[in-house]
Design a protein around this ligand. Structure first.
Ligand code: GRF
Length: 207
């Protein structure tokens, strides 16, 4: 099975990145992470990349102050490296329409809720879990989806529910959802790398 080239965009702690690294190392995912791009130069995700001899690059307001410049640099790198799949794993930047068009159905994102609930602008990190608890939700979960021009609006690839307990806090709920993310994202990357994902309009068929 040919190995797909993966580019990961991560601006945080990088636990999802770490799961991809581990699942590639175990041979479960026939791919290679060619580059990690972060919008946060202090992101632990960059340290994880370095530890595993993966090139990590900071592209942020500090070195590319203009958003268009940042996106042009990201696009240039993804094309230059012949990346087959772009994974957003806690990436806080905004990818412009050019990149999304050039990599149509080749960019996936992991979101910590069951889209279309508790997603879209402003719904990221612990804010998502706080919104679920404030609303009194009984079920939440994680979603892996293709990235389109909207925010968290692309075709859904995989989802898995997480039960909300009466005594859950933002922290306990975030942990339960993150544990599910750590299973779901590698599974989606594996399916993509094996050519088992087919997009039919809004529907994603797993072959
Ligand atoms: C995850 O909760 C993911 O759902 C969201 O950003 C977070 C990234 O966490 N998009 P980590 O950096 O992978 O630990």
């Amino acid at each position: 099975m040919p190995k797909i080239k993966i580019g990961v965009l991560a601006s945080g702690g990088g636990t999802n990145l770490q799961c991809l690294i581990d699942n590639i190392k175990s041979g479960d995912i026939p791919g290679v992470i060619d580059i990690v791009i972060s919008g946060n130069k202090n992101a632990f995700a960059l340290q994880r990349a370095e530890k595993h001899n993966i090139e990590g690059i900071y592209i942020g307001k500090g070195n590319y102050p203009v958003l268009k410049e940042r996106n042009n640099k990201i696009k240039e790198l993804l094309i230059e490296r012949k990346i087959d799949l772009v994974v957003l794993a806690g990436y806080m930047g905004i990818l412009d329409e050019e990149i999304i068009r050039d990599f149509k159905n080749k960019i996936i994102n992991i979101h910590p809720s069951l889209i279309p609930s508790f997603c879209g602008k402003g719904f990221y990190g612990e804010r998502v879990h706080k919104a679920v608890l404030d609303y009194g939700g009984k079920i939440t979960g994680a979603t892996v989806h293709f990235v389109d021009e909207g925010t968290d609006t692309g075709p859904i690839i995989l989802q898995e529910p997480v039960k909300v307990e009466d005594d859950d806090t933002v922290e306990t709920l975030a942990k339960k959802v993150l544990d599910v993310e750590h299973k779901l994202l590698p599974r989606a990357v594996k399916l993509f790398s094996e050519g088992k994902i087919e997009v039919q309009g809004r529907k994603v068929i797993i072959k």
